[in-house]
Design a protein around this ligand. Structure first.
Ligand code: UTP
Length: 476
């Protein structure tokens, strides 16, 4: 091991008030030292200091004195002749962009998936109600279906992190990339940040190991720049990234109208929104904050504002953020370079972080003892030119699988998929018994190859008028 490097790194950590990271150095084996040194070298101490200061100062929180807070304007779903015409125009423009190969699909899949508790990358979780296809397979099928429709192949970028990169790649190889060409799939790893104590000290998970976490979905910007992906995208003629999260099987990430609105409005970052289910739903809301379009996380929105209703009874802060965005590559690069005003703030999440005591013995905390430092993708919205929000039919587009049970769980996601299929069938004129929530009493599946939108489904249904929906049917 290079003694000069060791002493340089140790002094840098000492100067930064993080010398304790090497407290157990003398008793570590060569292998353990190597590992600890490697981790230490990955940490940008200046960035960590700034991030800790920001996160401990609670960036993002809103208080009552924040007077200039209004609901954000959005483009609603079509409801009359004029708005239908506008949506058709947007759809045409989106189709042109897809035909020209200017759009890439981008899944953020680097998170820890702690709440779901699945043993493997979240994208490998089996989610469809009959065939139990994984989230990744479903997205691959959506891409394949879109490729049949548009003239150019669609590149798919998948952001992983140190905790799941290898397993994710293995999952794709083991499934032959779900029939997609490997040259059209690109994995990239996001950065990691150490967990810290409320005092700002880095937490050691073991005597030879720093507790590290993925740096949040906002790490997407930096990951695109740092991994040389921005350049690859530019060389491939990609201008706009269609960003979505791995845990939403309904995400309509290649819907042309949204991409068209993004382009028509000259926006650098556009977002999809739907009416919140209620004041307690755990999604961020779009608002105008001091004149700038922003998202306020549910945990940061004061209760009185979350419950505020207009005269007609609707929530005033009603536009829920569904974490689907169209983002221009040039803007991604600007944020990813992290210079001047183009920086994302760090947020803190209190966590129970396994650690060691002064003797190096394992400590399993019973209450939160540490802080995870993360940036959020939506914090880039106020930095973008002409950001735009477009409504989407929630029942067609959003049902995240976050938890093993309860809200946003495996069960709710499965029911939402069935309700969507049943609604498509009924609206196309088919017969199907459903309960008062719209859920059918049988399980069936409509694959993206068969139809990936309600209009497409209606067309296909009419061509196949003898179809009978039965339990276990897979329409493909
Ligand atoms: P969540 O905030 O829901 O977190 O991520 P999670 O990691 O999936 O699950 P929990 O909180 O540990 O239970 C929303 C999306 O952002 C991605 C996730 O993979 C998911 O698609 N994400 C989150 C990243 O890609 N990187 C991160 O650092 C955090």
């Amino acid at each position: 091991m290079n003694a000069n490097l060791v002493s340089e790194v140790r002094s840098a950590f000492e100067e930064a008030g993080q010398g304790h990271v090497f407290n157990f150095w003398d008793r570590l084996s060569q292998e353990e030292r190597k590992h600890l040194l490697k981790q230490a070298c990955q940490i940008d101490l200046t960035r960590l200091k700034d991030a800790s200061r920001e996160a401990l100062g609670q960036a993002g929180s809103v208080n009552d004195s924040d007077a200039d807070l209004e609901p954000a304007p959005w483009i609603p779903l079509p409801s009359g002749v004029d708005s239908t015409r506008l949506w058709e125009e947007a759809e045409g423009i989106g189709e042109e962009l897809l035909n020209a190969g200017k759009i890439a699909a981008f899944t953020v899949a680097g998170g820890q998936g702690t709440r779901l508790g699945f043993n493997g990358p979240k994208g490998a979780f089996p989610i469809t109600p009959v065939s139990q296809k994984s989230l990744f397979q479903l997205f691959a099928e959506k891409i394949k279906a879109a490729q049949m429709r548009f003239e150019k192949p669609i590149m798919w970028f998948i952001m992983t992190s140190e905790i799941n990169d290898e397993a994710t790649k293995k999952f794709f190889i083991g499934n032959d990339n779900f029939g997609l060409s490997s040259s059209k799939i690109r994995f990239l790893r996001q950065g990691m940040m150490p967990a810290i104590r409320p005092t700002g000290e880095i937490i050691l998970e073991r005597p030879d190991r720093i507790s590290m976490n993925p740096d949040g979905h906002g790490g997407f910007f930096r990951a695109v720049v740092d991994n040389g992906v921005a350049e690859e995208m530019r060389n491939a003629g990609i201008e706009t990234i269609s960003y979505f999260q791995v845990d939403n099987p309904l995400a309509p990430f290649l819907e042309p109208a949204f991409l068209g609105f993004h382009s028509m409005s000259g926006s650098e970052m556009s977002s999809r929104a739907a009416h919140k289910k209620g004041p307690d739903e755990k999604v961020g809301v779009f608002c105008k904050r001091n004149g700038n379009l922003s998202v306020i996380e549910y945990s940061d929105l004061p209760d009185n504002l979350a419950r505020l209703r207009s005269e007609d009874g609707d929530l005033v802060f009603n536009a829920g953020n569904l974490a689907m965005h169209a983002i221009d590559l040039a803007f991604v690069e600007r944020i990813g370079k992290n210079k001047g005003i183009y920086k994302l703030p760090y947020h803190s999440a209190k966590k129970k972080v396994p650690t060691v005591d002064a003797q190096g013995c394992k400590v399993t905390p019973k209450k939160p003892n540490g802080i995870k430092l993360e940036t959020f993708v939506f914090d880039a919205i106020p930095l973008a030119k002409a950001p735009c929000i477009v409504e989407v039919c929630r029942a067609d587009a959003f049902s995240p699988v976050k938890n093993a049970e309860g809200d946003d769980s495996i069960a709710t996601c499965r029911s939402d998929q069935l309700r969507k299929y049943a609604r498509w069938v009924k609206e196309a004129g088919g017969e199907l018994p459903i309960d008062e929530t719209g859920e059918p009493n049988i399980s069936f599946e409509i694959t993206p190859q068969f139809a990936d939108s309600q209009d497409e489904f209606t067309r296909r249904w009419r061509d196949k008028s003898n179809l009978c929906i039965e339990d276990g049917l897979i329409l493909d």
